[in-house]
Design a protein around this ligand. Sequence first.
Ligand code: EPU
Length: 342
Amino acid sequence: MSAPVRILRDAPLAGRNSFGVAATAPLLAEVDDPAALPQLLSRPEFARPMVLGGGSNLLLAGDPDRPLLALTGQRVEVLGEDGPVTMVRAQAGANWHRFVLHSLDLGLCGLENLALIPGTVGAAPIQNIGAYGVEAGEFVHAVHAWEPARGRWHRLDRAACAFGYRDSLFKHEPDRLVITAVDFALPRQAAPRLGYAGLGEALAAAGIGHPTALDVARAVIGIRQRKLPDPAVLGNAGSFFKNPVIPAARAQALLDAHPGLPCFGSGTARKLSAAWLIDACGWKGHRDGDAGVSPDHALVLVNRGGASGAQLLALARRIADSVRARFGVDLEPEPRLVGARW
Ligand code: EPU
């Protein structure tokens, strides 16, 4: 059995962020058993810790000036059935994609559209990870967390998490709560969601008329592998910008001028495709030294080897400036920035 807590000083972070940029953590604790948190975080040197998950939604523009906490417990347990759903608890350090595959192995559905998203289970509720028409928050039953400042355990139900598009309670008060485990309510009956452009088509092309949840996961994995660079091969943090949400009237004016602009939603607000806006400004495949934009997807910034976090951030700012100048739309980064502010 591994030790419940491992403390590292001057820990190199290049291998702990999916951009692969170099940085150093003055102090980092790996915590296997969350029961060790109250005592560890009561130590003055661990005041105001910052949680490091899989590092797949993070841009280190400098060294962190706070202690880092990595939760390494990966246990997944079935809690029981409740009507049509089965409750499953996963510890924060579990790898998200492995957890999705495990839930499918158990015959449970819901998370298939979220296959192959990098990162950990504990990070999933923070930005309410989403892909191909599904968001993780829809299947979250409760989040378990420790609050260092008040020395308290919390159990937040789905409503308390205040999930939105790439948004949650946890995103608004970063690091107030240290998420230790997430309970999911997963249906046993499949209800495939194939509406997202390209997904239904990929299954039809494979001759699959009534897909199982596993068929859907396989199709999603195929699409992601075609469109998104593998961080193990080319450093990246997935989409670098959120898709901007703007008032419907402004979206209509933009659509009148640019009929090809993908625009989603109804009511008073519309979501625009950030990838399209960036592509239209000519950034796809662009390189500034080792900092660049993926040639396959305009929303994905890439590190071609030796880019620093500051170089990637400078490129992101130039991209956002050009989109603002041409379309009057503000882009907001999706990954967490450390060592700089947007
Ligand atoms: N497009 C371009 N140029 C490009 C790529 C896309 O013009 O280089 C246009 C196309 O018209 C395409 C549209 O943008 O139809 C949307 O592209 P895509 O389906 O790839 O989706 P996205 O809006 O760019 C979002 C998520 C992804 C998620 C996909 C699939 C955000 C910020 N990103 O991307 O999430 O995988 O949808 O659901 O919401 C991530 O968060 O890291 C991430 C990869």
